[in-house]
Design a protein around this ligand. Structure first.
Ligand code: SF4
Ligand code: MG
Length: 333
C-alpha cells in the first residue's frame, strides 16, 4: 500500500539577525534534509528536544511555511504541481498546544467549528458542526452557543479537534496538542483521539516532548536531533531497543511511570548545540559517549538496524557496514 505521505529531503533554513546591533545575518538549520513516510491509518510520533525541528516539520507538512528544498507527496500527488497549497490546507489539519489562541474568542463554539465548512461551501456547516460536537463529547444542547472563554482547556481542545475534523482531513497533525492539559484530561483526550482515528480512518502525526504520551499513542516513532532524523522505527523497537546513542540518552532521561524503576542513568548532559552552526559529521558527536574520530568528519547515513527492515538509525557504530555494534561496545566498557 502506498504511504499517505512521502517526504523527501525536506529542508528549511531560517535567516536570523545576530551579533552586535543585529548587523550580522546567520542561518538556522531548522530542518536539514529529512526524509520519512507516514503510512495510511497510522500514528507517527515525532520526538526530540525543543529546537530539533519537530514543529518546523509539522508546518512544512501543512504548507504553513515553504520548503527550501525537497518535496512532499500526498497519496501519489506532489505538493505544488499535482495539488495546490489550498487543497493541502484542507486535506491536512493541525491542532496546536494553545487551545485558546487557536479559537476566535468572538465566535460561539458551533460557529467556530462550522467556519471552515462554510468557507469551503460544504453542505449544512452547522449540521456538520453539531454532529462533530457530539462525537468529541460536547453536547451541542449545552455547548453550541458558548464562547471559548466559558470552556475548560480540555473542552476547548475538543473544539479544536472537531474544527480539524470538520474539513474531512486525511492527515491530522497534533503539535503538543495535549501538553497543556492536566494528566487526567490528557488521558481522556488521547483516548478520544484514538477512537476518532479508527472511526474516521484518520492518519496522525503526533509531535510531543512527552515520551510516555508518544509511546501510548504511536505506531511508529521518529527521533529528531538538530534538524535531522537520527532514528525511526516501530514504537516498540524504539522504546525497548534504542539503536542510536541519542535516542538511548533521551529515553534514559525519561521519567519512569513506575517509581520503583527510576533509572540511575544521568540525563543528557548540556543543551543541544546551536542550530546556527551545527557540528560537522554526526551532529550528536559533541555529546556522544561513543564518539570516535570518524564521527566528527563523516555524516552517518540512516540504515537498517538488525533484522527489522522498518527500524533505521544514523550512527557509524550501528551501521552494519562498519562491523561493530552499540551492544558490543557497551559490553566491552
Ligand atoms: Fe555517537 Fe558517532 Fe554514532 Fe554519532 S555516529 S551517535 S557520535 S557513535
Ligand atoms: Mg514545538
Amino acid at each position: 500500500q502506498q504511504p499517505l505521505v512521502i517526504a523527501k529531503n525536506l529542508k528549511k533554513h531560517f535567516p536570523i539577525r545576530s551579533g552586535l546591533l543585529n548587523r550580522q545575518t546567520a542561518t538556522v538549520h531548522a530542518v536539514d534534509g529529512i526524509s520519512f513516510e507516514v503510512k495510511k491509518g497510522e500514528t507517527l510520533g515525532i520526538v526530540g528536544e525543543s529546537g530539533c525541528g519537530k514543529s518546523t516539520t509539522a508546518r512544512l507538512l501543512i504548507g504553513l511555511i515553504e520548503l527550501d528544498d525537497g518535496n512532499i507527496i500526498y497519496d501519489g500527488d506532489a505538493v505544488g504541481s499535482d495539488i495546490s497549497m489550498k487543497d493541502l490546507r484542507r486535506g491536512v489539519q493541525m491542532v496546536f498546544q494553545d487551545s485558546y489562541a487557536s479559537l476566535n474568542p468572538r465566535l460561539t463554539i458551533v460557529d467556530s467549528i462550522a467556519f471552515g465548512p462554510k468557507i469551503h461551501n460544504m453542505k449544512d456547516p452547522t449540521g456538520i458542526a453539531r454532529d462533530l460536537m457530539t462525537r468529541v463529547g460536547l453536547d451541542p444542547e449545552r455547548f453550541a452557543n458558548r464562547y471559548p472563554h466559558e470552556l475548560s482547556g480540555g473542552q476547548r481542545q475538543r473544539v479544536n479537534i472537531a474544527r480539524a475534523l470538520a474539513m474531512s482531513p486525511r492527515l491530522v497533525i497534533l503539535d503538543e496538542a495535549v501538553s497543556a492539559l492536566d494528566k487526567s484530561v490528557e488521558a481522556q483526550v488521547l483516548n478520544l483521539l484514538n477512537d476518532l482515528r479508527k472511526e474516521f480512518g484518520l492518519t496522525y502525526v503526533f509531535i510531543s516532548h512527552d515520551l510516555n504520551v508518544v509511546r501510548y499513542i504511536s505506531d511508529r516513532v521518529l527521533v529528531m536531533y538538530l534538524g535531522e532524523v537520527v532514528e525511526v522505527g516501530p514504537a516498540e523497537a524504539i522504546y525497548e531497543n534504542q539503536a542510536h546513542p541519542y535516542t538511548a540518552s533521551l529515553f534514559a532521561a525519561m521519567p519512569s511511570m513506575d517509581p520503583d524503576n527510576r533509572t540511575q542513568e544521568p540525563p543528557l548532559a548540556g543543551d543541544p548545540p546551536n542550530p546556527i552552526n551545527p557540528p560537522s559529521g554526526c551532529r550528536f558527536h559533541t555529546r556522544c559517549k561513543f564518539a570516535e574520530t570518524v564521527c566528527g568528519t563523516a555524516k552517518p547515513r540512516l540504515s537498517v538496524i538488525g533484522g527489522d527492515q522498518d527500524h533505521l538509525a544514523a550512527c557509524h557504530i550501528q551501521d552494519p557496514a562498519s562491523g561493530h555494534s552499540l551492544a558490543a561496545r557497551e559490553a566491552a566498557e
